[in-house]
Ligand binder design. Structure first.
Ligand SMILES: CCCCCCCCCCCCC[C@H](O)CC(=O)SCCNC(=O)CCNC(=O)[C@H](O)C(C)(C)COP(=O)(O)OP(=O)(O)OC[C@H]1O[C@@H](n2cnc3c(N)ncnc32)[C@H](O)[C@@H]1OP(=O)(O)O
Ligand SMILES: NC(=O)c1ccc[n+]([C@@H]2O[C@H](COP(=O)([O-])OP(=O)(O)OC[C@H]3O[C@@H](n4cnc5c(N)ncnc54)[C@H](O)[C@@H]3O)[C@@H](O)[C@H]2O)c1
Length: 315
């Protein structure tokens, strides 16, 4: 991350106290990673009146994120302001005015109350980013990861601010899914945890609290269910299509497990599965899946690449 190294420590004033942004006082936020999740988090932040800076590796990726955000805000406005297009347009324009994009975070980091990281599911990358941000962020800034499967504590120890570190786990698609899991590590201070919960409410999400336990709440239950679906197909018990149909019509899920995997992104699904297999090698459910590996090896990442378990029309 050359851009962070370019900063001299003296360009950003470090506060001498370790007080965090007070509860309900998170106004300025940085989202690192403008992919599926980061773009959604940035969008909802901007829609709910936060000053947001979205950071990614290059302008091309950021332009794609911005286009996705614009299209999604339009959908939200159409739904929320049915029959009042002028109010809808005001909503869209004020949300967009709250959103900046940047390949370098330093200007925003000088005053940020919160940094939410949503880069690819790779522990070393997340640790490296947080270590670099920690050296230049003010003391008040709370750091949080949107990781699906990595222990928050393993990411947080790259920083000197364990008391101001937590997990903020959103669900895909962020503008639609109402849940936010708020995770604390043993060192997270009560003030930090409360600030994250209050922020979740300001983001108009329903928050649930969880300790730093594998998969938090949803993925602890969802991942084994999805893996059981893979094992069924591998054994030849049923087809992917029939498993999906069964779970939608018989269990009331909006998407079947293979549709959901394509929606999440098979590259991300593989990161999660490989990580859990490395951590729990004796758990047969998390053993690598040839079916999944072959798709990822051939660049079939699901909806985002146009093909995964199913084929999709390019948007
Ligand atoms: C099996 C393979 C391998 C398994 C390996 C195991 C590894 C497991 C990996 C686990 C991954 C975990 C990932 C993460 O940590 C946790 C998650 O996020 S899990 C995912 C959670 N999400 C879901 O479960 C989504 C379920 N699906 C739905 O709810 C719906 O299908 C949908 C996505 C909302 C889409 O609904 P549809 O009705 O199909 O489609 P519409 O287009 O009509 O949309 C409905 C409604 O929503 C609005 N909308 C949809 N998308 C957006 C958007 N991006 N922005 C704004 N608005 C959106 C749309 O306008 C519609 O509104 P309406 O018109 O109805 O008012
Ligand atoms: N996809 C989901 O359904 C989902 C749901 C909840 C949580 N998550 C978690 O959210 C995180 C992001 O997942 P995603 O699906 O948005 O991934 P994604 O691949 O869509 O996006 C990741 C983004 O990170 C950017 N990036 C990579 N390295 C970077 C760096 N050094 N600095 C800045 N940006 C960088 C990439 O360019 C990309 O735009 C992962 O930890 C994932 O586990 C994913």
């Amino acid at each position: 991350m050359a851009f962070v190294s370019q900063l001299s420590a003296s360009t950003v004033r470090h506060l001498s106290t370790t007080s965090v942004a007070r509860a309900g006082q998170i106004h300025e936020m940085i989202v690192i990673g403008g992919g599926l999740m980061g773009a959604g988090i940035a969008q909802v932040g901007a829609q709910t009146g936060h000053k947001v800076t979205l950071v990614d590796l290059n302008q091309e990726v950021l332009d794609r994120s911005q286009a996705r955000i614009q299209a999604s805000i339009q959908r939200v406005a159409k739904k929320q302001f049915q029959g009042d297009p002028s109010a809808g347009e005001t909503f869209v324009q004020s949300a967009l005015a709250n959103l900046q994009i940047a390949t370098q975070p330093h200007a925003a980091l000088a005053t940020a109350d919160l940094v939410v990281e949503a880069v690819v599911e790779n522990l070393e990358l997340k640790r490296k980013i947080f270590q670099e941000y920690d050296a230049i962020a003010p003391a008040k800034t709370i750091f949080a990861s949107n990781t699906s499967s990595l222990p928050i504590g393993d990411i947080a120890t790259a920083t000197q601010r364990l008391d101001r570190f937590g997990g903020l786990h959103f669900f895909n698609p962020v503008p639609v899914m109402k849940l936010l899991e708020v995770i604390r590590i043993p060192e997270t201070s009560d003030a930090t945890f409360q600030a994250m919960l209050d922020w979740g409410q300001a983001m108009k999400k329903t928050t649930v609290k969880c300790q730093d336990t594998p998969g938090f709440i949803v993925n602890r239950i969802l991942v084994p269910t999805m893996m059981e679906a893979v094992r069924m197909v591998e054994r030849g018990d049923a087809s992917t299509r029939d498993v999906d149909t069964a779970m939608k019509l018989g269990a009331g899920h909006p998407m079947g497990p293979f549709e959901l995997a394509d929606y999440v992104g098979l590259d991300t699904v593989k990161f999660i599965l490989d990580g859990w297999h490395a951590k729990y090698p004796d758990q047969p459910l998390f053993k690598p899946s040839d079916m999944l590996n072959q798709l990822v090896d051939s660049g079939k990442f699901g909806i985002k690449s146009g093909e995964g378990f199913y084929k999709y029309e390019k948007k």
